[in-house]
Write a protein that binds this ligand. Structure first.
Ligand code: PA5
Length: 447
């Protein structure tokens, strides 16, 4: 059985193999703190053994709910922000046809997103699109009180009720939220909407393997069992019993912390496979919100190559030497396409005739890696045998586990996000939300 592979030989000109090996004990302590629940944020470890604890009844419930939405909707709007939408979008985009929205003969409803911004034009255009369409809503909010998704839900639920009638609309709305707290739970209970519980112990950014991610992914027509199976395999591979030399999450956490201690403050996640763009967005939230606190933490950035080699490539090759790259490399694309021969050869590309497009891409990847390492940028590589549900499941759990270990090495709580509250307080004060009278007075005095 193949698995995703981590390699880091191209960091060894910058940090020594001995220094990395020295992390073995600290990583073990961090991993034990996760498994024994003795570290910071130990109320939020529900994701740790989640893949192996998902049972058949739960998967069937998610699949049956998805089936109802699939049978009754042309479009399903997933409402959520941050951890309540990024994981689903990352997996759906990675697995979907790149031109999915243009396909006329559809087996699956189109999945679109709302509540991840407060763009008036975005919401206007979405509501125009949904006019006269059979649509459904998956409303996701762990707290049930986040402004962006609550606002989008109010608009879209009203529209759905107007288009379908109140009773029919109820069958087309599914909520994923806390078991007892929050406005979304109150509403789901009062109106008798189908709902899934997001356990207190699973934070938003670690929730993609709960119904937060699984339900939209199943609605989009993908195999959530394979996704969970991949995550289960990785749970074992990254487990407590695996020695450091064989544990990719332990090694990734060690290498990136050693690079950070040596002045590499920015990690750029790189892909050569455009469908992985949102995997990077999900990863940025996971690492940014988990590690960026107490004035510490690697800044997570991302690029899509070769596209961004023609923009950010200059900076990466030649700018300030405070960066390292982690390249997600896909070994085998899902399709093949060869470069055709041309009699005229006006474009001079006959040297590529007969070669696969992916071979060109792979040489771009290798050439860039060598150039960037020569330019002073350490490179790690994560190889995915293929982009499919199973390996995405492995990748997700690998990154989650490494994030927990890495945050503990850094000395921060990986499971809170106190900094996210500051903008909310100011926004509520400026909007004169009841209960924020003092803050309103204070902030208005500063304008
Ligand atoms: O990772 C997190 O916890 C956050 O980014 C949340 O996912 C995000 O703020 C959305 O919160 P909620 O699901 O409570 O609406």
């Amino acid at each position: 059985m193949k698995h995703i592979q981590l390699s880091y030989d191209k960091v060894l000109d910058f940090v020594s193999a001995e220094k990395i090996a020295d992390y073995e004990n600290d990583v073990k302590v961090a991993n034990e703190a996760l498994h024994n629940g003795t570290g910071k944020g130990n109320d939020f470890l529900g994701w740790l053994n989640l893949p192996s604890s998902i049972n058949e009844a739960h998967l069937a419930d998610v699949e049956n709910t998805a089936k109802l939405l699939r049978e009754n909707c042309e479009v399903v709007v997933v409402i959520g922000i941050g951890g309540s939408y990024l994981g689903a979008k990352a997996v759906i985009d990675a697995l979907s046809n790149s031109f999915d929205w243009l396909q006329t003969e559809r087996k699956n409803p189109v999945v679109v997103y709302a509540g991840q911004n407060i763009g008036e034009d975005y919401l206007y255009e979405l509501q125009e699109l949904l006019k006269n369409k059979k649509f459904g809503i998956i409303s996701i909010s762990k707290s049930g009180t986040t402004t962006e998704p609550a606002l989008a839900f109010r608009l879209l639920k009203t529209q759905l009720e107007e288009q379908q009638g109140k009773e029919s609309a109820k069958k087309l709305i599914v909520c994923v939220t806390d078991k007892a707290k929050g406005a979304l739970r109150t509403l789901a209970n009062q109106e008798g909407l189908k709902s899934f519980v997001l356990e207190d112990s699973v934070g938003g950014r670690y929730s993609v393997l709960t119904p937060v991610g699984l339900l939209p992914i199943a609605v989009a027509g993908f195999d959530i069992r394979q996704l969970v199976q991949g995550a289960r395999e990785m749970e074992t591979i990254c487990g407590l019993d695996t020695p450091f030399a064989e544990n990719p999450a332990a090694q990734y956490a060690a290498v990136r912390n050693e690079l950070y201690r040596n002045g590499k403050k920015i990690e750029i996640l790189v892909n050569y496979h455009p469908k992985l763009h949102y995997i990077s967005e999900w990863w940025k939230q996971l690492y940014g919100e988990s590690e960026g606190k107490e004035h510490k933490g690697i800044f997570p950035a991302s690029v899509d190559f070769t596209t961004d080699l023609h923009s950010m490539g200059q900076w990466i090759q030649d700018g300030e030497r405070t960066i390292f790259e982690t390249v997600i490399s896909v070994k085998e694309p899902n399709y093949t396409k060869a470069v055709p021969f041309s009699e005229e050869n006006l474009d001079g590309l006959n040297f590529l005739a007969g070669k696969r497009v992916d071979e060109v891409n792979k040489m771009a990847e290798l050439g860039t890696m060598i150039a960037h390492v020569d330019g002073g940028v350490p490179n790690l590589k994560i190889e995915l045998p293929k982009v499919n549900e199973f390996y995405l499941g492995e990748l997700i759990y690998f990154f989650e586990k490494a994030c927990g270990i890495s945050s503990y090495l850094l000395g921060v709580n990986p499971f809170d996000q106190p900094g996210v509250e500051d903008y909310k307080r100011n926004m509520f004060a400026l909007l004169e939300k009841p209960g924020f009278e003092e803050e309103t007075k204070a902030i208005k005095a500063r304008l």
